[in-house]
Design a protein around this ligand. Sequence first.
Ligand code: SF4
Length: 322
Amino acid sequence: MKKRNFNKQVLTRFTQTECKRQLFLDLSQTLPKLWRDPNRLLVDPKRMHRSSENLTELGRRYEQRVYEQLIKIKGVTYHLNTEKNVKRSYLNPIELLNYYEQENAEPLVLLEYQYRIPSSFFSQVFFLGSKTGTIPFFWSRQRPDLMIIRREKDLNKQYSELLADGTIRSIPREELKTRFSISVIDIKNIRDENIGKKQFIEILYYMLSLTHYLIENKLSSKFFVNIEFNGILPRLSEENLLEIKTSEDIITNTITVQWEESNLILNNVISQIKNLWKLAPCPIDDIPVNIQANCGFCYFIEDCKDTLGYDGNKARKKPPNE
Ligand code: SF4
């Protein structure tokens, strides 16, 4: 397990399994004494899933294929590695301010730009009034595949920004002349009909953490996270991919997050994390397991099998603690 144990995959896994035991074990990986009492050892996983590694590699290759097309678009900004693949860059507040100062700036599309989530995000969103005042895990940086930054030109349309507390605010028309909108998009090698809450949770996490990044870096008077135009660019046919020639085309091909419905997914994960933190520290076995088909892909399956007294062919040794 990585040292930075809190990342978008934790949210994705919970959205998929709705298993509190998995969420608790994920959250408590690096600072277990804050969560687990007694802090017993977990049963080690037996095998790695090669199929999921292969899927990750296929996803990475597809992403690079999409980038090959996107880098032809004016305003797309990126860096290449020695293999001529788009590599990680760092979101620099000064670059954003320079872009803001440009007259008649074209939309800016950042590929693979990484930013650090300020601790205020966790202390305000997850652990407001936390009993210890600490954030009980280490968290990863964020790196959405694409960020589209632009001045919204249709002043007759009503735009809304995402605020740091997760609520939204309608932007007065005049304000649109002085603030740029930011939208976040991830590329997934998945057909559009299979895109759902598991993918959207990542986008919602980017959006809310980015709002905090803007505040922390004193950029929120000039930029806002637009609740529109965020989502997943799904697997496209070669023909459709070649049709993407502007940043607007990217948005047109994106399966967008509908804020009103989707933010409930994020709110659910946030409240589950808050509830688990209220219980902590507690015995691992106080947190119920949620046995299901996805268990076969779970890192903690051997530990759950042990809890349930299942050794592969024999009956349970002891009942589940639910
Ligand atoms: S193996 Fe299943 S029950 Fe156990 S933590 Fe994972 S998802 Fe939950």
